[in-house]
Design a protein around this ligand. Structure first.
Ligand SMILES: [Fe+2]
Length: 387
């Protein structure tokens, strides 16, 4: 067993309808004076911000809503939002949304106490985070990214067509407020692809070379919950039990991957997000089974455990056969959820392969993927997933 340090600084507070108490939580539990609500227009349109505002007003909390955040945030959008936050005089940020608003808010909070542009702090940049961020609390509106629990903020560099992260402990949110009632209106396709993103976090962290027994326990628990509840959350979005289990599984998977790491699925997904503008959840759900097929020999025992957690009967099978059932189970899940299963369907073309391979090989966490992969290996995965 490797030596390890397990981190989980974020408090988790979960309850159906909890957002009605958000004003009291911020004011009475934490003593904050003014909240900067950071979100995007889709979340406003879905009626979620109205509910958050009611909760803030009920707690007599001073607030301002900023809804100019965008999917796949760019350096420019982060820097502009950070300047507006600075002008607002708020002493806490409440991020409401999927992974993009939460990632943007992490970088905005960091820039309140660390000088310069977010560009300076990206992986390989000229500065490192020194000071504590402005406090951040998060209300995830999808069950997928787990970003509410992690230290990373993924930012798009439009000039270079790359996605790179700022990763530092000071970016970790103070609290995740999980209200599954806010997720019942999430469309089936978003539920499916973000749920598969959560499954990818759980599986990649579990088989990672950097996994430890605590992240293993959390990863496996999340895999089991997602296997049991994702189909129902997609087919019946109003099912609060399925929504609750998916919301919690996503958060647990976030903790698992912050500690255990990720792997080749995220390496490719992050790159095709920047090169071909494929949404993160869509990219992961498409790539996960193909990458598992390549990785299975890297840890047969753990892939066998994944198969069992996903409900496969492995009695009488050899270790290799049982491990391969994990791949079969994820292909079946993807088919049931009707997510795209070929890169050609989502706008990736063969002439993008060299750039995708180069970006994936540069991915920071490829080093903890269970198998060492070469550019030719990445090319073979892309070819199999293409059409
Ligand atoms: Fe992800």
């Amino acid at each position: 067993m490797n030596d390890f340090l397990f981190k989980m600084p974020t408090r988790i507070r979960m309850g159906v309808g909890l957002s009605a108490n958000i004003g009291a939580i911020l004011k009475d539990e934490y003593g904050y004076q003014k909240v900067f609500v950071a979100t995007d227009k889709g979340i406003v349109k879905a009626g979620i911000i109205r509910q958050i505002e009611e909760g803030l007003q009920a707690g007599d909390m001073d607030y301002v809503v900023y809804d100019e955040l965008i999917p796949d945030p760019t350096i420019e959008v982060v820097d502009a939002a950070a300047a507006i936050l600075h002008e607002s005089g708020a002493d806490v940020v409440l991020a409401v949304g999927g992974g993009s608003p939460i990632d943007t808010a992490k970088a905005m909070c960091m820039l309140q106490t660390n000088k310069g542009s977010v560009r300076d702090y990206l992986f390989g940049g000229s500065k490192t985070v020194q000071n504590e961020s402005l406090p951040l609390l998060c209300i995830p509106t999808t069950a997928g990214t787990g970003s509410e629990m992690t230290a990373a903020s993924v930012i798009t560099n439009n000039q270079k067509k790359t996605k790179v992260s700022v990763t530092h402990e000071n970016l970790i949110p103070k609290m995740a407020i999980i209200d599954p009632a806010l997720q019942t209106g999430m469309p089936a396709f978003i539920t499916a692809t973000t749920g598969m993103d959560a499954l990818t976090h759980a599986i990649e962290s579990y088989v990672s070379l950097n996994a430890n027994p605590v992240s293993d326990a959390m990863g496996l628990a999340a895999i089991r919950m997602i296997g049991e509840h994702l189909r129902t959350a997609v087919s019946d979005g109003s099912n609060l039990s399925a929504r609750s289990h998916m919301a919690v599984a996503s958060t647990i998977a976030g903790v698992a991957f912050m500690n255990g790491g990720l792997g080749v699925v995220h390496g490719i997904a992050q790159t095709i997000g920047a090169v071909a503008h494929v949404a993160h959840g869509t990219a992961n759900s498409l790539l996960l089974p193909y990458c598992m097929k390549r990785n299975v020999i890297g840890n047969l025992e753990k892939f066998r455990s994944i198969a069992i957690a996903l409900g496969e009967n492995v009695d009488g099978l050899s270790l290799r056969e049982a491990a391969e059932r994990a791949v079969t189970a994820v292909f079946k899940l993807a088919q049931d959820l009707k997510v795209p299963m070929k890169l050609k369907q989502v706008g990736v073309t063969r002439d993008m392969f060299p750039q995708i391979i180069e970006g994936t090989m540069a991915y920071r966490l490829l080093s903890v993927n269970p198998c060492k992969l070469t550019p030719a290996d990445i090319g073979a995965i892309l070819e199999e997933a293409f059409e």
